[in-house]
Write a protein that binds this ligand. Structure first.
Ligand code: PLP
Length: 406
């Protein structure tokens, strides 16, 4: 038995491949490619690893799943059943979280655009915190909270100071004084937390360090104007679990703890908002080679419309039809969008023989592929969830139309 892509749920036994014990051949014989497969056991494992690692380092650790990573209701249900909270950016996600029964005190809502309806639904449902990315939103939240006779807890997203980052409020000594003046006029909001999310796919401790330094700097500014903030939220940004295995995650968690001490960051609770870590390696595409071109170019029956570069996944490609052949021959992989820009990988190590019709596994696509996918007019793939060693259809484009939330 050998793991494929380092994933304990994608196993090769002689010629056969199993996805959480379900035979790949069985799937391929029954259904037409391309298919998107998600594996419930892997999602649960990833959640448990994350929770155990951070619980062992921090007494007051809270976790909110970033819905945008994968908002399929069947996926969010799994996350909910593990007792994780929800980090929400818009109205459709908030409606879904409430419908699935996420408790209000485990929902945090925020983003670069807070519509009146989103703020209103958040306040009416007494969600835990509204996250503010823009000073002007403080006024909006305050006036809606006032209308409902409520004091809303707030989290301030500060700019992480990553080069060219536009998200979050950029503060300095002068601006914090103006901020305090405005804030003190508002009676219906209370700042409880501060958030800094640095970037995605962080596999280097220096990136976590930059984020903590941004939190420390901003907390200091707030305290200088008499605003004392209890809780810190370090966002998400962890890579797929196969890319950052448990021992490495543990080292990161320990380092985060020691950096917080080093930077003298005082806090009551610490929050994280992982998305990719839970879902990334729980998803894969089953595709096939539809054309073999010159200079070792192959074309798959997926493309950037459903496997977009924007999703920044750690893509891995395996020729499932020749799985025992060495994957050591440089091959370039294109998608089916009629543009030369639709490149999935260049000079990727693949099998020597490239045969039209070969089935190809594309791993680590569970997070952000659906989110960043577009409406290029190709059929959407069927989506299956493997649970308890059974394969269940959770999205069928011919009956469900689209997987968008509304
Ligand atoms: C504020 C915030 N929190 C959490 C996340 C989730 O990040 P990831 O899926 O990389 O863990 C993001 C992603 O962009 C984010 O912007």
């Amino acid at each position: 038995m050998k793991k494929i892509a380092g994933n304990p749920y994608i196993i090769k036994e002689n010629e056969d491949i199993f996805l959480d014990s379900v035979s790949l051949d069985e799937i391929i014989n029954k259904f037409r490619t391309p298919l998107l497969i998600l594996m419930e056991s892997r999602i649960r494992d990833n959640i448990n690893t994350f929770i155990n690692v951070f619980n062992s380092e921090f007494d007051n650790f809270h976790c909110y799943y970033s819905f945008k990573a994968n908002f399929l209701p069947e996926i969010c249900k799994i996350v909910h059943s593990e007792g994780i909270g929800a980090e929400i950016i818009g109205l459709p996600e908030l409606r879904l979280a409430l419908k699935l029964g996420f408790p209000s005190n485990k929902i945090i809502v925020g983003g670069p655009y807070l519509s009146k309806n989103l703020i209103e639904l958040s306040i009416k449902n007494r969600i835990k915190e509204i996250i503010i990315y823009d000073l002007n939103d403080l006024k909006k939240v305050n006036s809606i909270a006032q209308k409902y006779g409520y004091i809303q807890d707030i989290c301030i997203r500060v700019n992480s100071q990553k080069y060219k980052s536009k998200l979050g409020i950029k503060l300095d000594r002068k601006k914090i004084k103006e901020f305090a003046k405005i804030y003190n006029n508002y009676q219906n909001i209370k700042i409880k937390s501060i958030l800094s999310h640095y970037t995605t796919q962080m596999n280097n401790i220096s990136q976590f360090k930059q984020n903590i330094s941004s939190i420390a700097y901003n907390l200091h500014l707030f305290s200088e104007v008499g605003i004392n903030i209890n809780n810190i939220n370090l966002g998400g940004g962890f890579p797929e679990a196969t890319i950052m295995p448990q021992n490495q995650l543990k080292l990161i968690a320990m380092k985060i703890k020691s950096l917080l001490k080093e930077y003298k960051v005082d806090f009551k609770k610490i929050y994280f908002e992982p998305g990719r870590y839970f879902l990334g390696d729980a998803g894969l595409f089953i595709t096939k080679i539809v054309r073999v071109g010159e200079n070792r170019w192959i074309f798959l029956n997926i493309g950037n419309h459903i496997c977009p570069k924007f999703a920044k996944c750690s893509l891995r490609f395996y020729n499932a039809s020749q799985i025992n052949e060495p994957h050591k021959y440089k091959t370039s992989i294109a998608g089916i969008i009629p543009t030369d820009q639709d490149v999935l990988a260049k000079d990727y190590f693949f099998t020597e023989n490239l045969t039209k019709g070969d089935k190809v596994l594309v791993t680590n696509i569970g997070a952000y592929c659906l989110t960043f996918s577009n409406r290029f007019p190709y059929l959407l793939p069927k989506i299956f969830l493997i649970s308890n060693k059974n394969i269940n259809l959770i999205f069928d484009p011919s009956t469900d139309g689209d997987f968008s939330l509304n």
